[in-house]
Design a protein around this ligand. Sequence first.
Ligand code: GRF
Length: 204
Amino acid sequence: MLLIIYFICEQQVLIMNRIVILASGSGSNAENIIKYFNNNKSVSVTQVLSNKKDAKVLERAKRLKISNSYFNRDDFSKSDKILELLKEHADYVILAGFLWKIPESIINAFPNKIINIHPALLPKFGGKGMYGMHVHNAVVENEEKESGITIHYVNENYDEGAIIFQEKFKVLPSDTADDVANKVHKLEYEYFPKVIEQVISENG
Ligand code: GRF
């Protein structure tokens, strides 16, 4: 009897939640997430995938010894290649600066398991074309008093999935779009991995 209980406990301890990161650009968030979960007993980043052959995120993954590869539009949207790859390697899909819309087949295969980070306080400054410096420029041009980050589940519409977490900072009148970008990145590094960890632990 004791042996069985021990066996069950061991099984629970050994459950590993696998993350695959999709990113299109520099990948500083991807690197931060990989480092955060390095040696973690229940979460592991198994792959980094990019839709850009020369994306810096692929170099980062290589340096950190994480399996990485590139895919094209057909692999992603017109075939099941990436869907099958994700089914094989991911329990959670993390979008860290990933710019393509996620096909419905992938959304349906990972309900509430695809998480994105957006560099503003959604629903403001979201939607198609609102990414990277476009967002920060818009925040400054609109003379916003605050901006921040939004971590949310992904659904079939850009930036419209249920919000999991938001954090704000003050935008000063003297802040440039670069200053806003730096403040955003600081919050992203602090919270994104922790929020991912929290979601995974709440799902058991
Ligand atoms: C981040 O600001 C993220 O919010 C947005 O894209 C940016 C990616 O930055 N979705 P990096 O490539 O992780 O440095």
